[in-house]
Write a protein that binds this ligand. Structure first.
Ligand code: SF4
Ligand code: SF4
Length: 326
């Protein structure tokens, strides 16, 4: 498997699994809160840091049958939040059905969007669909300046993202308490994110002052040394420096709160993983590994499949799909 070249590269570093805290918190909770579903690897962008290696040529797409199995298990096992990701999840042909269905079932739903897709032909009606169904939006915005954002996301995309944030605000996002709009920041290079609290204040001031844009929370996420970011580290000779930075910043207090302890990650074909990073590395969960099989079996606590890529979740203030954890 091509992706496992990253695991091999990372084996040269001190073992994450051997750490005392990782042994102590290696099991998931009995009851899980978040089901994260990756509904396709196709994306309209091809960002430099993408751990999924998503892009226009990727064809993997979750079918409606797998989506239905996810929703059934979600309700049976009393998950609290459905977190939809990709690629650009909007590009899945069953996406609109999924959002309408979660709306009908009153499921708290998050969509992770790159914003740019929402201004492309065939997708411009989606912001209204999100608002009607009270979808929580998590939008990645690398920075509040055009130069830094376009460097990560491609030329011309910053202005499209700002226009879309303005539209979401007009629809009531970040104004109406039921319409939550969160932003995601990840570093543009081989360094750890700055403090989430101080960056939130900075983003709020700048985006309001320069563009009249408001949002609820900003999540800082540490880049994982796999996928296209792993390739960049290797090409630029930064892999060892970056890994040593993550390892020397290991924060034992973050291990108890790593997101895989309270979530299940489902891939486009229904295979189960502990998180989206393990999904990108083809590291399947221990135990029942298919969403369809979970329809008739009770969900149980399972031993998490750790690897040295996990240092990215436990460095400094910690990192998860919901931002810093410490
Ligand atoms: S980081 Fe997100 S927006 Fe960028 S290529 Fe990957 S999936 Fe697409
Ligand atoms: S990379 Fe995945 S399995 Fe490892 S600590 Fe982070 S969330 Fe858990």
């Amino acid at each position: 498997m091509e992706e496992n070249k990253y695991l091999k590269q990372l084996q040269a570093f001190p073992s994450f699994i051997d750490k005392e805290e990782c042994q102590k918190f290696c099991m998931t909770n009995e009851n899980l809160d978040v089901m994260q579903i990756n509904i396709g690897k196709m994306c309209n962008l091809a960002c430099k840091h993408c751990h999924v290696d998503a892009g226009a040529v990727r064809k993997e797409m979750m079918s409606k049958e797998v989506m239905e199995a996810c929703l059934d298990v979600f309700e049976k096992d009393d998950f609290k939040t459905l977190d939809i990701t990709g690629g650009a999840p909007e590009m899945n042909p069953n996406f609109q059905w999924l959002i309408e269905e979660t709306g009908k079932r009153k499921i708290h739903t998050i969509v992770r969007t790159n914003l740019v897709i929402l201004s492309e032909e065939g997708y411009t009606h989606l912001p209204e669909l999100y608002a009607q169904n009270k979808v929580e939006i998590v939008a990645s915005l690398p920075y509040y300046t055009e130069k830094d954002t376009d460097r990560q996301r491609g030329k011309g995309n910053f202005s499209k993202m700002i226009s879309m944030l303005q539209k979401l605000n007009q629809l009531g996002y970040a104004k109406d308490p039921e319409l939550v709009l969160n932003l995601v920041y990840n570093p543009g290079g081989a360094f750890l994110p700055p403090s989430q609290e101080s960056l939130t204040g900075e983003f709020k001031r700048k985006l309001d002052h320069l563009y009249g844009v408001s949002f609820n929370y900003l999540f800082t996420i540490t880049n994982n040394p796999i996928g296209r970011f792993g390739d960049f580290l290797e090409r630029s000779g930064n892999l060892t420096t970056y890994m040593n930075r993550l390892i020397s910043s290991f924060n034992p207090t973050t291990v108890e709160k790593i997101m895989c302890r309270s979530q299940l990650s489902v891939s486009w074909d229904g295979t189960l993983y502990d998180c989206d990073f393990n999904q990108a590395l083809n590291l399947e969960v221990n135990g029942v590994n298919c969403i369809q099989d979970l329809k008739d079996i009770a969900l149980r606590a399972r031993k998490i499949v750790f690897g040295n890529h996990c240092y990215a979740c436990t460095a400094g203030a910690g990192s998860s799909c919901g931002g810093a954890t410490a």
